[in-house]
Design a protein around this ligand. Structure first.
Ligand SMILES: [Zn+2]
Length: 535
């Protein structure tokens, strides 16, 4: 076998530069090794494909082009990973398109540094040398190596990459998949008007006065109620909120209607007007009531489970997304939202409605909190003891401790404003973490558990708010998120013509209704006899 060593080395050099750069200067992890393996396989495929070209002229033209493309991919991937500690995805395309040029240049000013410039320079030098020095295409395989065998090898490699999942690290694949899923996800909801500023609510009126109002709604993620300290759990998983317990109105019997994010939030945040066949969101309601609205989210914006909510968020006057990665992987901690909140709180608008969407405590729990929040390491109490369950429960509890920190920080920030304010927190749905069943996650189609639906729901209100507005607090009201828009508008002093006070948890006219969860299960009947196994 004759290997033309010089051009061969030229292909390897940029690969080595990229890998070493990632190893020494980025948040290196398993992904980078996957990426290296993927690059080697991908490179072999390129070589095989090039060697299949018979016409020497065509080969001599295509080879440097392929080299440029390969090097560009390396440069892009490594730089992206260096800047964002994650790989490129459809959500990255969204953020890029939705970010205004001023913000992009601000960002680049902040993060493009000497290291990145040297890295880019090195790749550029290799590229220029290659183009000047190397005229002959790479000859990795003897010319008689059969065509069909080469084709077979390429197929095996591509299938292997797909099967092992390593293909997620491939540049052309990422760009192609990202663009297609961005287009598809956006198209899927294109006929909904939920991203328009105004909804179909009629006679919307804000009944408050002209003072400054700042309302914050925090939407948590997969946080189940009974494992929170403020709900009497035997472990103090919410130390900071417990300290301000006197200031909180803690509702003890609120459930989500579904155990998955989108299905649940579709019902909680969207008002379906059956008579007029229209759908409008809480953002549109607050817009119509004259509020300036904001949506700050650490969930990724584009994906089969995410795009719908992104559509809803786009009706707000301002929105910010801080995460482009699926929850299964390493994601930015939710505190990345706090600087955005600070900016928002300083906005001069006199009536503000801010939605904050956390990623914690979504699985994988151990990836959702910084090390300082590693509060629990001893064996927890569970009816399902095992090394595995202990470890997962501790991770889950630590991520709750992190949520406790974030929520209390947000309350502190709003309190300092000294306006008419509330901070309302609920989780999109619950989570089973070895409490009612030997299981971790939320999967209603299988066997629903109480933990998957029981959610924390509490409100902090400012003194100025309390002195002007009265509402009814009865902590044991059985409530389901499906009716949430009535509670929100009631608490916000916003009325619309289809508002029903008996569906507001804050109204003395509140009336309990049948609470239907999942695919038509009567929650209160289904779980009637189930005792709490831990407390
Ligand atoms: Zn969720």
């Amino acid at each position: 076998m004759k290997i033309n060593l010089k051009p061969f080395l030229f292909w390897i050099v940029p690969l080595c530069i990229s890998f070493l750069f990632e190893l020494f200067f980025t948040d290196y992890r398993w992904y980078n090794f996957q990426n290296l393996v993927e690059h080697l396989v991908y490179l072999t495929c390129i070589w095989l494909a090039l060697s299949m070209i018979k016409n020497q002229k065509v080969k001599a033209t295509l080879t440097p082009l392929a080299f440029m493309f390969f090097t560009y991919g390396l440069w892009f991937e490594t730089s992206f990973f260096y800047l964002f500690s994650t790989y490129f995805s459809a959500s990255s395309i969204f953020i890029f398109i939705e970010t205004n040029p001023a913000e992009i240049s601000e960002f680049l000013d902040l993060y493009v540094d000497t290291k990145l410039l040297i890295f880019s320079g090195l790749l550029l030098v290799v590229l220029i040398f290659y183009l000047i020095k190397i005229k002959n295409p790479v000859l990795l395989l003897p010319p008689k190596f059969p065509f069909i065998l080469k084709l077979g090898l390429i197929t095996v490699f591509v299938v292997g990459l797909k099967w092992s999942g390593y293909i997620i690290a491939n540049f052309p694949f990422q760009v192609l998949k990202g663009t297609l899923s961005y287009a598809y996800e956006t198209y899927k909801f294109s006929d909904l008007n939920l991203d328009q500023r105004l909804g179909h609510f009629e006679n919307v009126e804000f009944e408050g006065n002209l003072d400054s109002h700042t309302y914050v709604l925090i939407i948590g993620e997969s946080t189940t109620r009974r494992q929170l300290g403020i709900y009497g759990y035997q472990r103090e998983t919410t130390p900071l909120l417990s300290k301000m317990k006197e200031e909180l109105l803690i509702y003890k019997d609120v459930i989500s209607s579904k155990s998955h994010t989108i299905e649940s939030l579709k019902e909680a945040l969207i008002f379906k007007d059956l008579e007029n066949q229209t759908e409008s969101s809480i953002i549109q309601l607050m817009n119509q009531a004259g509020f300036k609205t904001y949506w700050l989210s650490n969930q990724m914006p584009i994906g089969i489970y995410e795009t719908f909510l992104t559509k809803v968020s786009k009706a707000s006057d301002q929105y910010a997304y801080t995460n482009t990665t699926r929850w299964g992987s390493v994601t930015p901690f939710d505190e990345v939202l706090l600087p955005h909140l600070d900016k928002t709180l300083e906005d001069e608008a006199s009536k503000k409605f801010i939605v904050i969407n956390f990623l914690a405590t979504h699985a994988n729990y151990n990836l959702r909190y910084p090390k300082e929040f590693n509060a629990f390491n001893t064996d927890p109490i569970t009816p399902f003891p095992s090394d595995e369950s202990f470890k997962i429960i501790n991770h889950y509890h630590n991520s709750i401790v992190y949520v406790d920190y974030l929520v209390s920080r947000i309350i502190d920030k709003v309190r300092t404003r000294n306006e008419k304010s509330f901070v309302l927190y609920f989780s999109d749905h619950g989570e089973e973490v070895f409490y009612d069943r030997n299981f971790v996650g939320h999967n209603e189609s299988d066997i629903p558990t109480k933990s998957m639906f029981e959610i924390p729901f509490f409100v902090w209100t400012s003194k100025k708010f309390d002195s002007s507005y009265h509402f009814d607090f009865e902590p044991n009201r059985p409530y389901i998120l499906t009716d949430f828009i009535h509670s929100l508008s009631d608490l916000s002093q916003v009325k619309f013509n289809k508002f029903e006070s008996q569906k507001s948890i804050f109204s003395k006219e509140f009336k309990p209704t049948k609470r239907t969860i999942g695919k038509g299960i009567d929650f209160d009947f289904y779980f009637k006899s189930q005792k709490d196994s831990i407390n």
